[in-house]
Design a protein around this ligand. Sequence first.
Ligand code: CMP
Length: 138
Amino acid sequence: TTNRTFTMIKPDAVANGHIGAILDHIVKAGFTIKAMKLTALTEKTAGEFYAVHKERPFYKDLVGFMSSGPIVAAILEKDNAVEDFRKVIGATDPKKADAGTIRQLFADSIEANAVHGSDSDENAQIEGNFFFSAFERV
Ligand code: CMP
């Protein structure tokens, strides 16, 4: 079992100037940043990243949105990282996110929802490896 999770600050939050505030929130919640970069997904790489959602009605829009501008990708460490980070970010739909969660504070909509958080230890590892080589993490 791992104590790491993977996150992206999505194009809406980057465009709205929230990188610093979101990282501050993450660090104050007890997570340590183990890898991080500003980058951008293409339609091809966004499609690969979200391949698990390929059959969903929102897949095409999601791929378009996620390739619409820069993102910040990061690997985070904390005890119980996956579960605790999902509490910190709040529900997928910001209208349903608890007060004080990142999505409640910074997200625009269910699609432009400010941040991604891995949903399992297995996916945290797969998603971290998608963005970072061994030389890009500590
Ligand atoms: P994320 O946690 O990155 O994982 C899948 C993403 O798909 C999710 O955040 C949302 O951005 C998006 N998503 C999930 N459900 C919907 C939906 N019903 N409509 C549009 N986008 C969605």
